[in-house]
Design a protein around this ligand. Sequence first.
Ligand code: PRP
Length: 219
Amino acid sequence: MTAGNEKRYLTVALGKGRLANKAMELFEQIGMGQPEMKDKNTRKLIFVNEEAKIRFFLAKGPDVPTYVEYGAADIGIVGADTILEEHRNIYEVLDLGFGKCRMCVCGPESARELLTYQKQIRVATKYPNIAKDYFYNQKHQTVEIIKLNGSIELAPIVGLSEVICDIVETGSTLRENGLMVLEEVCPLSARVVVNQVSMKMQNERITELIRRLQAVKAD
Ligand code: PRP
């Protein structure tokens, strides 16, 4: 907090990588960019726009909802997959319309019947909560969830699991590894999330920021 009536900084947490770059293009379009963030060689983590009284920091995607829930960031830009997986107490306020992809159950064609006949199967995933919710609450199928941290497509190929629950964007990783989408869990895209206290205390500024992002976002 700053003294007197001086405006305090709004803090925005961005998930490192593609989403952060796209998000910064939007902030640039609404006159709140930070050119230093474009420098690919920088190791800086925090970037300030003094004029707009806004500061940005880069975090691992899955940590963004955590920073926002605890109020270390007022606002976060993160994929819907992370929001669904992390179950944090935050407000999701805007779909930015980029980073579109799908959460899917995938595997070889031969695994399709295992999903139909309620077989006890193994599901490898980076998203155990999303997978649990889909199989237990929506499909009512008892499965064993195996948590992995990446290269999920390997699992059915080497026999760790029958299927995977993972993000599909272009579908080329699946194609190049002889796998396919068997079922779609949900569509995904980049979202804006807000800390619940900040939404009350900084309501005017945050609402205005959301309105401006909404005006320039992709359809
Ligand atoms: C993601 C996802 C798939 C791939 C999908 O992995 O887990 O593997 O992208 O994209 P595609 O449909 O366009 O091929 P990511 O590149 O984030 O790396 P990871 O395997 O380490 O999770």
